[in-house]
Design a protein around this ligand. Structure first.
Ligand code: AMP
Length: 213
């Protein structure tokens, strides 16, 4: 199973990718999680990426393409769910080239459709665990213990790029640079459209049905 999760920031790509990964055994690969880990570890890539991420801007293509390629090759991954990558046409083209070399083309692109208005509320109320990547919504999906991750017990944080100004930048970046990718994948006949505005479990069921899982 080789899938790309597609949709604007806060559409639920990470939440749904984790569920598909658990059900299918495919590896969940989140470039956002990998970059945040690099930032936390203050690696060279992390220090560079943080300049962009804290403002809600996209990290340069060559940096992101490099970390994805390294992950796929080093860990010998053959089944994957890409979450947050690709985000630009050059990234998608680079992905197609690297996957052609590995003989592992993308099979399906799950497009999570949701209104930008709903997203602003979702991200303002989102709290995430930087230790394991789990995410919560203060009203719709709160943690059992306030401020603590259900899965690993670590502290939950309000990401700096989930603040109103950065959310606006991220949605603008999505409209300008990422949304055009949908046509790129539609031409390849790979897009599955999913309404991502309802309850998490209903969205999950619709994705599973569409993927035949
Ligand atoms: P995410 O957790 O997917 O929302 O990603 C958080 C931030 O990491 C984004 O706002 C970007 O700054 C950066 N990022 C993650 N994935 C990519 C990508 N494919 N291309 C460029 N920047 C990315």
């Amino acid at each position: 199973m080789r899938i790309v999760m597609f949709g604007c920031p806060g559409a639920g790509k990470g939440t749904q990718a984790k569920v598909i990964a658990a059900k299918s055994g495919a590896k969940h690969i989140s470039t956002g999680d990998m970059l945040r880990e690099a930032v936390a570890n203050k690696t060279e890539i992390g220090l560079k990426a943080n300049e962009y991420m804290s403002k809600g801007a996209l990290v340069p293509d060559e940096v992101v393409v490099g970390i994805v390629k390294e992950k796929l090759v080093n860990d010998k991954i053959t089944d994957f769910i890409l979450d947050g990558f690709p985000r630009t046409i050059p990234q998608a083209e680079a992905l197609d080239v690297m996957l052609a070399e590995l003989n592992l083309p993308v099979e399906k692109v799950v497009n999570l459709n949701i209104d930008h208005q709903v997203i602003v509320n979702r991200l303002c109320e989102r709290r995430v665990c930087l230790a394991c990547g789990e995410s919560y919504h203060l009203k719709n999906n709160p943690p059992k213990v306030e401020g603590k991750c259900n899965a690993c017990g670590a502290d939950l944080v309000h990401r700096s790029d989930d603040q109103p100004e950065a959310i606006k930048t991220r949605l603008d970046q999505y409209d300008q640079k990422t949304a055009p990718l949908l046509d790129f994948y539609k031409k390849q006949g790979k897009v599955i459209d999913i309404d991502a505005s309802g309850a998490i479990d209903d969205i999950r069921d619709n994705i599973m049905k569409a993927l035949g899982l």
